[in-house]
Design a protein around this ligand. Sequence first.
Ligand code: AHM
Ligand code: MG
Length: 333
Amino acid sequence: MRRITLMQYLIELERQKDWINADLRLLIEVVSRACKAISIAIGKGELAGMLGGAGSQNIQGEAQKKLDVISNEILLEANEWGGHLAAMASEEMDHPHQIPHRFPRGEYLLLFDPLDGSSNIDVNISVGTIFSVLRCPEGVTEPDDNAFLQPGTAQVCAGYAVYGPSTLLVLTLGHGVACFTLDRETGSFVLTQGEMRIPEDTGEFAINASNMRFWEPPVKRYIDELLAGKSGPRGRDFNMRWVASMVADVHRILTRGGIFMYPRDTKDPSKAGKLRLMYEANPMAFIVEQAGGAATNGRERILGIRPTGLHQRVAVILGSKNEVGRVTGYHAA
Ligand code: AHM
Ligand code: MG
């Protein structure tokens, strides 16, 4: 069987379709190389002193792990010099990172959650990197927070890497979703699934049930119905999974279907949810929709939300279309 590397895949898209230009191709290659470096750092774990806290906090007051900081640095350094970016924004940094003046500027903005699910690092459970690409607005030379505040529909590309038993890279350019597996011997990402599709129906759900007492009535109703199983209104049993790494939970859903929920709750009324719109919800919603699934905040399509803050949080309900439609319908009822 002919093995197609990520580089070949992108060059073919550039040659045969109008989906990608040389700058966007370089951007994706550089991000994939950074993900490879992060994968290697994670793989070394305790042997290289990679585990544990960094002794610092991010803008959201969350304790940073050493690998949060290292992964952020790897992505920044890899992407600074290529000339493909106008600026970068990260879940781990207060404000956008400007491209140093000694390097050329490009037309794209890159956003990332450098290490998603970082509470799982120290216990050797899958974590990942999530990224999103926007165009820099015309005429903007020093992109500030406002330059990034574009709805998810404006994304030109989104992807994630999962650092699990295999390291995978999942990518969309708005024409379906492809999955690449890192060949650790050759160092290349190899195309292993050209067209990921999420089944419209599912028997599996993912939610952190320890928050149940804080949920809003539509979410409570939905989960109660699933838990009632065969003897309840759904007339069948459902299974539950929760990795607590969004990348791993979303990847499972892309592989075999399911619904993922981190809904709005009353735990901290000042926050609309736990997950971040720009670094987590938008890229994942783009990927999930491109694979035939759906993504809402319970009230509207995630990709349609007009962002008001770089680090804003949002409720997330995504995955198999018919289940996402049902919960969203309960919010409207
Ligand atoms: P992080 O970006 O700080 O790692 O937080 C996001 C993670 C998601 O990957 C995951 O779905 C969620 O937080 C888990 O939250 P909880 O610990 O409340 O179950
Ligand atoms: Mg995260």
